[in-house]
Ligand binder design. Structure first.
Ligand code: C2E
Ligand code: CA
Ligand code: CA
Ligand code: CA
Length: 281
């Protein structure tokens, strides 16, 4: 067809075509991936910043693709959101992560791990029955609600705020806690922090990146940490890559952190050796 209609195809770019075909293929293959057990979860430690002890892990989905190898979310999350596949995928990650934490705790009662952090896309959260799905996942895993932190983004709070607030309150009443992921990158008004039952702010990596190089960035992070403390919220700094960044965050009394400086996301069997009382990162 290329060239048969100059008006349409003049700006044909093969890489765009390839990308489109790949998206269509990805969409079909994603549903297969769920049925065929091709999804995996990696876990990244979240540490107590002063001591380096692991207090939690974040569950991060991967796709063990039959021909393309191990794929990170960058390769499929957008398509999963558009196609709706994120709903069953997110449900699977939730059950898997809770089951994994229950298994770790059963095998190692002395473990310092307190909870698992699970990402929830806006589309998944808005699916009718989501709260029941969470409740059921906790029961089936033999887990406690306190073991679960759900990471949502600010954009979820923009639309149907009343309904969202209702569901968040129901989750909170169960004992499940809520974090705002990528805090500072989305919605510009902070008023929702008064209305929404939020427990944790996760400061986006983009703020941490230049914390040593820029006085302004440092002041911003310091302000977020202070805001959180005054609102009685916990703070996790994301994307900490070196000791200098950690030291700067400890100095501003930021309680928790996550990043390659401590550990990249790892497979489930690599977590227990890291999460003993004496073990720090
Ligand atoms: P996120 O929730 O902001 O997760 C943090 C991402 O930053 C992860 O990438 C993690 O591997 C990466 N990261 C952590 N520390 C560092 C660091 O020090 N340096 C650098 N350069 N990167 C770091 P990942 O696993 O590729 O996930 C990307 C995004 O995909 C996540 O961003 C999240 O938005 C989404 N995602 C992952 N799993 C799920 C899931 O189960 N459900 C949904 N809805 N989204 C997910
Ligand atoms: Ca996250
Ligand atoms: Ca994040
Ligand atoms: Ca992010």
């Amino acid at each position: 067809a290329k060239g048969s209609d100059k008006g349409t195809w003049q700006r044909y770019r093969p890489e765009l075509h390839t990308e489109m075909v790949q998206r269509l293929e990805t969409r079909a293959a994603l549903y297969e991936a769920i049925d065929d057990d091709q999804l995996r979860v990696m876990y990244q430690p979240i540490v107590d910043l002063p001591t380096g002890a692991i207090v939690a892990v974040e569950a991060l989905v991967r796709w063990q693709h039959p021909t393309r190898g191990l794929l990170g979310p960058y390769h499929f999350i957008e398509v999963a959101e558009e196609s709706g596949a994120i709903v069953p995928i997110g449900g699977w990650v939730l059950r898997e992560a809770l089951g994994q934490l229950a298994a770790w705790k059963a095998a190692e009662p002395e473990m310092t791990l307190r909870y698992v952090s699970v990402n929830v896309s806006a589309r998944q959260f808005r699916t009718p029955g989501f709260v029941d799905q969470v409740r059921q996942a906790i029961t089936e895993a033999g887990a406690k609600p306190e073991w679960l932190l759900l990471e949502i983004t600010e954009s979820l709070l923009l639309r149907d705020a009343d309904q969202v607030a209702n569901d968040l309150h129901t989750l909170r009443a169960l004992g499940v806690r809520i974090a705002i992921d990528d805090f500072g990158t989305g919605y510009s008004s902070l008023s929702y922090l008064r209305q929404m039952p939020v427990d944790v702010l996760k400061v986006d990596k983009s703020f941490i990146d230049d914390i040593l190089g820029s006085e302004q960035q440092r002041a911003l992070v310091d302000a977020i940490v202070t805001l959180a403390r005054n609102l009685d919220l916990a703070v996790v700094a994301e994307g900490i890559e070196d000791a200098g960044q950690r030291a700067a965050l400890v100095e501003m009394d930021c309680p928790y952190g996550q990043g390659y400086h401590f550990s990249k996301p790892v497979w489930p069997d690599e977590i227990p050796p890291l999460a003993h009382d004496a073990q720090t990162l």
